[in-house]
Design a binder for this molecule. Structure first.
Ligand SMILES: C[S@@+](CC[C@H](N)C(=O)[O-])C[C@H]1O[C@@H](n2cnc3c(N)ncnc32)[C@H](O)[C@@H]1O
Length: 261
């Protein structure tokens, strides 16, 4: 979803009113947050500071930003390169009474530099792939304070033997997709300690993400009956959903919960 390469019609499918713009759910966001900042004093890492400066990269319409704002006291810089998503985030933040601690910025994530930071916590759900997961880890490292937390979810192979149809689909749409071990190796190379990692449940794909998108596809199909390119995009998105319906055991969205060494 790097908007530089996207046709305008893409944003008719991925309308800002959708609950969220990638797989994920509140329970997974909170699980990752608790891993970084456990409440129990006996678990508390003495070097870990509660975050006051937080960066949300590829925040979209703010599904995870709002969870962070409700559970942390710090201020959040929420970055995305699509203004309608940021407008919706702001609307939701106002409704939730947390807008005072969220600043939105229409930015290319690749333009973030040390002068924007440093941050105590960086969050990125389903967005570091835009830079490439490895490059994204390196970029975040330079933006974090030592001991700062990074929580990022990334599409990964969960099994080494995906059927040909599934493998071929991702060879086209996400050729850089790799397995958990390869990502963990990148994590270590980039100077992080692994706090934990976990695949999100399948429900985090369906209820907040694929079901609402499927509903949009159903509405858009008749409206774009004569528009070949738009219909192709609709069916491509449907194919992605059908691939997940059939092959969800073979890949997933894995949350990496890390701390800068
Ligand atoms: C898969 S969506 C995830 C959005 C949100 N984190 C969520 O889980 O609902 C990826 C997000 O990254 C944003 N994005 C894509 N390319 C970007 C770029 N170069 N700079 C900043 N944001 C970008 C998209 O607009 C989109 O909101």
């Amino acid at each position: 979803m790097d908007s530089e390469k996207l046709p305008e019609f893409f944003y008719e499918i991925f309308d800002a009113s959708l609950p969220r713009l990638g797989p994920g759910d509140e329970a997974s966001t909170l699980k990752a947050l608790k891993m970084l900042y456990p409440d129990e004093p006996r678990h508390r890492d003495k070097t870990a500071v509660r975050p006051t400066r937080i960066l949300d990269i590829g925040c979209g319409n703010g599904a995870q930003t709002l969870v962070l704002a409700r559970h942390l006291e710090g201020s959040i810089l929420a970055v995305d390169n699509h203004q309608p998503f940021l407008d919706e985030l702001r609307r939701r933040a106002v409704a939730a009474g947390v807008s005072g601690r969220i600043r939105t910025a229409l930015r290319d994530m690749r333009s973030l530099t040390q002068s924007d930071g440093p941050f105590d916590l960086i969050w990125s759900e389903g967005a570091l792939f835009v830079m490439g997961f490895h490059a994204g880890l390196a970029a975040c490292h330079s933006l974090l304070t030592p001991g700062g937390g990074l929580a990022a979810s990334e599409l990964c192979w969960l099994r080494p033997d995906p059927p040909a149809e599934c493998r071929q689909f991702f060879a086209t749409v996400h050729p850089a997709m790799t397995d958990i071990e390869t990502n963990l190796a990148a994590v270590r190379t980039c100077g992080y300690e692994i706090v934990e990692y976990f695949p999100q449940p399948e429900s985090a794909w369906w209820e907040p993400y694929y079901h609402p998108i499927e509903e949009r596809l159903r509405l858009l199909r008749p409206r774009h009956a004569g528009a070949v390119d738009n219909l192709a995009l609709i069916e491509h998105m449907q194919k992605e959903i059908d691939i997940y319906r059939q092959y969800s055991a073979f890949y997933g969205n894995v949350f990496y919960v890390l701390r800068r060494r």
